[in-house]
Design a binder for this molecule. Structure first.
Ligand SMILES: [Zn+2]
Ligand SMILES: [Zn+2]
Ligand SMILES: [Zn+2]
Ligand SMILES: [Zn+2]
Length: 713
């Protein structure tokens, strides 16, 4: 048979780059010092390393070192392990905690605002925005500095014609006690923004208020009259103008959260009805499709049990929902975190930040999302819940739960697997038995440190009757458990960073981490059939291949075959996740992207999916390819013709998408094309990969994304 190269040679001329999703927490390429056995996925700061070394040297000098070590090694529970470090007599001499000073300061705030004013005068708006934001972060709650900061920042967004953002800042300034004698100015600005947005009735209201507030302004009579005249003229302009139909936009940095295709599953409220769970001894629990699923179908939309923002993005992304904060709102007590809105500020305070606020710098100093998440998990669960936990779930916490990893584990009393239920995330695998002493000891030191931080807050009741030393150890054991569970289960929260005009170098970055009960059930494949995207800290899972009823739904732990050599994939997966990958791409040694270009296309048997060799039928004459496996006669000429007829459209759409020109139509064209190719063609084949990458690109732009400002030349 002859290969029809004319049909399948590609001329896109692009140096095609796979946009690697970086979903699970990626392996950090730290040096494996100390013993070579340590899982490097948790970045332990020098601080932890120093304490670990100091503890170790004191222990080894001790006569009872052997006994201690034996006890630690024989510990079956995290509580025992935690206790043996937490109760060391010299622990407080080694792990010392200095509480950070309050980061609010009115003088700093004023200084920053004045620097902002200088930049503003020179029309350096980006710099002015930054200084004003700093001034807002530094301003104590209830201070005039806070309101002034917001008001001045609104002047920047007004000049930049970002009217919606400007309105947000004005609202914040007004709700934080902006000085009454200046209010007329900011109300005028508010009116002008509404006017520019075509919301004339709102604009009129603002101008009326401004006129009223003029009475309170300490102005000379003349100036007062001039201003009043001006405001009345503005008011007059709004009269008899119908409002534009548009409403104020939501977030600029992501599309509205999409919904699950089909109906929701009863057992898994965040997943589609086509999603179910299976269990085998070899594989443990894994999700399967209970119906045929098409490319583009949304299988899961999950909220995390909790999420954290990476320490590098604390000043730019909301500490509660992970969205990029357009006009950052600080915590009212500290300058360490920002929120996208007052709503998130309040919600964060209620669920965790009231306790974490004073100790957050101690935790972020570790530069580890895993550490932050472990602590957040026990804070969110609450002391009361964890105290009752042992009574309620009894044995589960005493034995390591990798023993009974059945399908029902983590479900609540109603048989529902609930993403917001601590019990569901508690039961995810933690690989304690695969860990060696250095790894476990190091994690225990970190858990002790985190618990000692927590002890500086009001997490634990002061009353001895309500809270004993054992209760502290119990909470510590939960932290230790999460420090082992999260490296294999937490997912990155990502943001797609767009370089204007350079889509090929645009890429997803990890801005935080989150723990999702349902997503953690997915096994890895280097050829995943789903793809994940972050919307705030929520995660949307879409099919990226057609999935047949009964097939396993597989995800990738940030490692895919087109971009990484097989040996490297296998060793990385072994090191962080403790398993041998046996996906099709690994078993059949599929070529990486570059070599994939040389793989000849091949159709597959209509009946049994077996590849039926190269192609024939260029001129449309109908010949058959008989399947070697089942004997079925396959007619391919029509299919060849169809694919040929779509080729030029595909190339056009592909180039458009890669250049950042993405429309609804291009996405639906790509999905249709991908479904067609997958139904007929045998994989791996380059066009299927290309089509898939283009589809992912379209989704990336709908999810968390941010366009970088153009580089100054
Ligand atoms: Zn938010
Ligand atoms: Zn705070
Ligand atoms: Zn594999
Ligand atoms: Zn066949």
């Amino acid at each position: 048979m002859r290969v029809c190269t004319r049909t399948y040679r590609k001329h896109d001329g692009f140096d095609y780059q796979i946009h690697c999703q970086r979903p699970r927490i990626p392996l950090k390429k730290n040096k494996l010092e100390w013993s070579g056995q340590v899982d490097s996925s948790v970045k332990m700061s020098n601080m932890i390393d120093q304490w670990r070394d100091e503890l170790m040297s004191r222990l080894q000098k001790n006569d009872e070192w052997d006994l201690w070590l034996e006890h630690f090694l024989e510990s079956v529970t995290d509580a025992d392990r935690f206790k043996s470090v937490y109760e060391l007599p010299f622990i407080d001499d080694v792990i010392t905690i200095t509480m950070p000073e309050s980061s609010k300061c009115p003088d700093d705030s004023t200084e920053m605002r004045e620097m902002g004013n200088d930049e503003f005068k020179q029309k350096n708006y980006a710099e002015a925005f930054e200084y004003y934001t700093q001034s807002i972060l530094k301003a104590p709650a209830g201070s005039e500095e806070l309101a002034l900061g917001y008001a001045n920042r609104s002047a920047v967004t007004k000049e930049e014609k970002k009217y919606e953002l400007c309105l947000k800042d004005i609202e914040l300034a007004l709700s934080h006690g902006y000085p009454v004698n200046l209010k007329h100015k900011i109300l005028e600005r508010q009116g002008r923004c509404y006017y520019e947005l075509g919301l004339y009735s709102e604009a009129a209201k603002s101008f009326e208020k401004a006129i009223f507030k003029l009475q309170k302004a300490k102005l000379k009579k003349e100036e007062m009259e001039t201003r009043e005249k001006k405001l009345n003229a503005l008011l007059e302009r709004c009269k008899d103008k119908p409002d534009d139909e548009k409403t104020l936009k939501g977030s600029k940095y992501m599309d509205p959260l999409p919904e699950i295709t089909d109906i929701k599953s009863e057992k898994f409220p965040c997943a589609s009805d086509s999603f179910s769970l299976k269990y085998t001894k070899e594989k443990g629990r894994y999700p399967v499709a209970t119906a045929n699923v098409k490319v583009g179908d949304i299988l899961v939309v999950e909220e995390p049990y909790c999420s954290v923002i990476n320490h590098k993005y604390l000043a730019t992304h909301c500490h509660f929902c992970c969205e990029r904060a357009e006009v950052p709102v600080p915590c009212s007590e500290c300058s360490n975190v920002v929120y996208c809105s007052l709503k998130c500020q309040e919600a964060s305070w209620e669920t965790s930040h009231s306790l974490e606020c004073s100790i957050l710098p101690l935790v972020t100093e570790l530069e580890s999302d895993i550490a932050q998440l472990s602590l957040r998990m026990v804070v969110k669960a609450t002391f009361k819940y964890l105290k009752e936990f042992k009574e309620k779930y009894g044995k589960s916490n005493e034995q390591e739960t990798e023993v009974e990893n059945t399908c029902s584990l983590g479900f609540n009393e109603d048989g529902v697997y609930d993403s917001h239920d601590y019990w569901a995330v508690y039961n995810l695998v933690n690989h304690t038995f695969d860990r060696k002493f250095p790894d476990l000891f190091r994690r225990t030191v970190m858990a002790v440190y985190l618990l000692k931080c927590l002890e500086k807050t009001e997490y634990f009741p002061a009353d001895d009757e309500e809270c004993s030393q054992t209760d502290h150890i119990e909470v510590g054991s939960h932290i230790l458990r999460h420090l082992q569970m999260l490296p294999c289960n937490a997912h990155e929260v990502t943001e797609f960073l767009i370089e204007p005009g350079e889509m090929l170098t645009s890429n997803s970055i990890g801005i935080g981490s989150a723990i999702y009960a349902t997503l953690s059930l997915f096994n890895h494949s280097c050829d995943p059939n789903v793809v994940r995207h972050s919307y705030g800290d929520k995660c949307v899972v879409r099919a990226i291949h057609n999935i047949k009823k009964g097939d396993e739904i597989v995800d990738s732990y940030s490692i895919i075959y087109p971009t990484m050599e097989k040996e490297k994939r296998l060793s990385d997966l072994r090191r962080q996740y403790y398993f041998e990958c046996a996906c099709l791409a690994c078993k059949k040694d599929w070529p990486m992207y570059e070599e994939l270009m040389n793989v000849p296309p091949s159709f597959k048997c209509d009946k049994c999916d077996t590849p039926i060799g190269s192609l024939e039928g260029e001129g449309g004459e109908e010949t058959t390819n008989d399947c070697e496996n089942c004997g079925h006669s396959n007619y391919v000429a029509k299919k060849v013709q169809t694919i040929v007829s779509y080729e030029s459209d595909f190339n056009t759409v592909f180039s458009q998408v890669l250049s950042g020109d993405i429309t609804k139509q291009s996405l639906s064209f790509l999905i249709e094309h991908q479904i067609r190719l997958e139904n007929w063609m045998s994989r791996p084949w380059q066009d299927i990969n290309k089509c898939q990458e283009a589809i992912k690109q379209c989704y990336s732009i709908q999810s968390n994304h941010y366009t970088l400002s153009k580089k100054k030349k």
